[in-house]
Write a protein that binds this ligand. Structure first.
Ligand code: PA5
Length: 429
């Protein structure tokens, strides 16, 4: 059984109510496993937890060790699927007291704002730093611009050769501008597998190098993913959370819901929401179809957008993701005067208060006409994170095939990229 579980109490349905989607979900699963659906040339991620390149992983671990020894700061340059998964993992796993001696990790090349590049350079100051530039195509504008700037800064500080020793490239095995630069300048290069697209690439070198630099145990992430793979691939609908989540989303679409609100209860999971949003938005939103993926952090956003979710336009449902147990426990002490009236909470773990907030919010929103499904995991760890990554990827593939869209292309993104190039008068556009 997986460590991830689904609760339907506040959803208006349950597993038996979702049974009508069973055949469609099973059919979609077969397409993923047997590579018979649209975009099947990008299904390398399905088996990656069992067949990943062990030699590449050893190189990743060595490079991460070197970076940790030589650098106080590390800049991950990439956009979309080339950085969101790594960022999700780094922040998910970075709870106080856990990982020591890791460089500070910065994210660049994911926007065109010069402010953020300048802020990152300022934050690094005169500390030693290394760079990992990630781009499957090797030509995406945002990371290419940032890389040129950070490369120049490295060369200014360490000379051309010294800079080359601090630049790590993750890109296509054979082609693209980045690959050419890596070969010409002697940068250590890692491969984005041909058969894995950006938003499904976190379990490849794309995610694994920066995650290893953060000090996390990448073997444990892969073990978690492997465990979830087995569940997704083998379990029948009744005990398969990935098929059930896809079915639930289709049930919601049938009820004319248009927006899926992904709710988390811990700000360190915020970047995981960003990864989820890209995965579902870019995979599913095609041909006038799909659910609009929105993200909120509770309880913070209950004080901002909560009113709308409780009582505004009834076109949404919520997917709540929370941990059964906290990695860090705190208690309030009894206060003699109790002026704030909080003594009734004294001695109770604050994480319990947070978990009660999950149920309290779910009940209130369900009563207001926003159904919700609760997805929980035992505690933040590499193992649960590996499970979560795989679970959402697999379920997304199933959901897209049920909807009749190709989960692995992004014509809309290409459209915008080409338009910008045209306006900037890039040669050839
Ligand atoms: O999921 C995707 O394919 C996209 O989000 C890409 O990851 C993103 O556009 C960046 O592309 P590249 O890695 O080629 O720079």
């Amino acid at each position: 059984m997986p460590d991830i579980s689904i609760e339907y109490k506040y959803s208006g349905t349950d597993v038996s109510g979702l049974h009508k989607w069973k055949d469609a979900a099973d059919e979609a699963r077969k397409k993923l496993i047997h590579k018979t659906g649209e975009g099947s040339e990008y299904l390398g991620w399905v088996d990656i937890p069992v067949d990943y390149d062990r030699d590449e992983f050893d190189r990743i671990k060595k490079a991460a060790k070197k970076i940790r020894e030589e650098s106080d700061a590390f800049v991950l340059i990439g956009v979309g699927g080339s950085y969101l998964g790594a960022r999700a993992a780094v922040e998910f796993l970075a709870f106080p007291g856990r990982i020591k001696d890791a460089p500070d990790i910065y994210f660049a090349g994911n926007a065109l704002s010069t402010d953020s590049i300048a802020r990152t350079l300022q934050a690094i100051g005169d500390r030693d730093f290394s760079v990992n530039v990630v781009s499957k195509s090797g030509t995406t504008m945002e990371p290419a611009i940032a890389f040129r700037i950070f490369k120049a800064e490295l060369e200014k500080r360490y000379g051309k050769e010294g800079a080359a020793d601090r630049i790590y490239v993750t890109t296509d095995a054979k082609k693209g501008a980045l690959k050419t630069m890596a070969v010409e300048n002697g940068y250590e290069a890692f491969t984005v597998p041909d058969n894995i697209g950006g938003r499904y690439s976190v379990l490849s070198s794309v995610g694994m190098l920066p995650i290893a630099v953060s000090g996390a145990d990448i073997d444990a992430i892969m073990e978690g993913a492997e465990r979830m793979r087995q569940v997704c691939v083998e379990n029948p609908f009744e005990t398969n959370p990935a098929l059930q989540y896809a079915a639930f989303r289709h049930e919601m679409m049938e009820e004319k819901k248009q927006v899926e609100v992904f709710c988390i209860y811990n700000s360190s999971v915020g970047s995981f929401s960003g990864w989820w949003r890209q995965l579902y938005g870019e995979s599913e939103g095609k041909g006038g179809k799909g659910l609009f993926p929105a993200c909120v952090t509770y309880s913070t956003d209950l004080h901002s957008i909560g009113q709308f979710i409780q009582d505004g336009k009834r076109n949404m449902f919520e997917t709540m993701l929370y941990a059964e147990n906290s990695n860090i426990e705190m208690h309030l002490e009894v206060d003699e005067k109790d002026l704030d009236g909080l003594n009734y909470l004294a001695g109770r773990p604050l994480s319990q208060v947070n978990r009660i907030a999950v149920k309290g919010t779910a009940q209130a929103h369900a009563d207001g006409g926003t159904p919700n499904i609760l997805i929980s995991y035992p505690k933040k760890s590499e193992h649960t994170l590996g499970q979560l990554f795989y679970f959402f990827e697999f379920s997304c593939g199933v959901s897209c095939y049920m909807l009749g869209v190709n989960p692995f292309d992004q014509p809309g993104v290409e459209f915008y990229k080409n338009n910008i190039f045209k306006l900037l008068e890039r040669p050839g556009y």
